[in-house]
Ligand binder design. Sequence first.
Ligand code: NAG
Length: 240
Amino acid sequence: MKSILATATVLLSGFALLTEAHISFRYPCPRRGAYFDCPQPGPGEWELVDYNIRSPLGTHGGITNPMCKWPSSFAGDRPVYQAGETVDAKMDIGAYHKGGSCQWALSYNNGSTWVVFQDKFRTCMSDASNGIIYTLPFTIPADAPSGKAVLNLIWNNNEGNREMYSSCADVVIQGTNGGSLSGVEPLLANYGPSSPLIPEISAAGGNWGEAFFKARKPITVSVPKQSQSKRHLTRRLNKA
Ligand SMILES: *[C@@H]1O[C@H](CO)[C@@H](O)[C@H](O)[C@H]1NC(C)=O
């Protein structure tokens, strides 16, 4: 009896790990994550804290959350990044699922349109392990316009349930004052039954969805010129 109970406990904790704890940004701060050094909920906002911030947005079977998981951050400072800067993002990894494919996207219009500016196919976080903080650098495009932006890391896992993740951080970009940013629209795979299906990489003879990624449509977004001086602009913008 004792050993049956012990086995059941191990199975339950293993199950919890696989179903609740996958990946999220740790730095920059993900929207509404329960991290002590990130923007904290204001009065009446405690029920908005996401204690399961590392869970996916959905699977190929069904959608659980919209892009980014949450529509906004709690009020607080936003990190300021320079165009062309390489940032060592930190990922909070519960279960790394043998890595997968990453797409980094920026939105200057609160998530209405996204421009993918960096990819890492198949091997994104594949040398991670479960239960660690993992460094995952990204580089802001050198021609990125200045302004408030949402940074989105979209991830499809190699192994396990066919899932899609999206971890978003509200940031400020300092680059050209007014301009445009070009890239491709994100591929939203394994996100509801009508989305493209990327199979488990091992079960599919190495098929990681290359054709879907190649078919992404080009997109250019324009960001209007700001009249304020850059200094003033940044001070004003870096509050969420
Ligand atoms: C962004 O859009 C969401 C709804 O999708 C809204 O709740 C939020 O207030 C918006 N944020 C800004 C800064 O407009």
